[in-house]
Design a protein around this ligand. Structure first.
Ligand SMILES: [Zn+2]
Length: 166
């Protein structure tokens, strides 16, 4: 069982390490677009966020970015069903949305408009990458669980690696 885990873990760590290099912007071979795709994470928003349980939430977890009151809502029942490792990844993913100030609406008041779908997709990708970066040392099992869960979503693995290579 242990060996089975390791072969899954290695690609995850390798790609996370590449991603970390891309995010650091160092090495002299990381192109500008990578920096634009992954802006600096705002960790102060993450640390200020309130984390609230909502048993009627239709999703396992959701982040609400609001500079005055950033918060993460989670459904304890749904998170328990996916197990602790994947639950840790999903919560880190939501922290990623807060760290990058992702909002479903752009602008405020009467000027607010829905964020385009293509932008929402890039938000999901960035939040996945944030989760991998924040967990690959402390909770590698969470990254393994996510890789298994998202195996059909090649963007998590190949997209991040392409960005790191870019
Ligand atoms: Zn998301």
């Amino acid at each position: 069982m242990r060996a089975h885990f390791e072969w899954l873990l290695l690609p995850g760590i390798a790609f996370a390490a590449g991603l970390k290099l891309a995010l650091a912007g160092g090495g002299g071979f990381v192109s500008e677009p990578v920096v634009r795709i992954f802006p600096q994470a705002d960790t102060s928003v993450v640390s200020q966020a309130r984390v609230l349980s909502r048993f009627d939430l239709p999703d396992a977890a959701v982040a609400i970015y609001d500079s005055a009151s950033p918060r993460i809502l989670f459904n304890p029942t749904l998170l328990a069903q996916v197990g602790p490792a994947l639950a840790a990844f999903l919560m880190a993913h939501e922290r990623g949305h807060l760290a990058f100030h992702h909002a479903r609406l752009r602008g405020f008041g009467l000027n607010a408009s829905p964020t385009p779908v293509s932008t929402l997709r890039s938000y999901e990708f960035a939040a996945d990458c944030y989760a991998v970066r924040s967990l690959h040392h402390s909770h590698p099992d969470a990254v393994v669980a996510a890789i298994r869960f998202f195996q059909h979503r090649a963007t998590l693995r190949d997209g991040c690696r392409a960005s790191a290579d870019g």
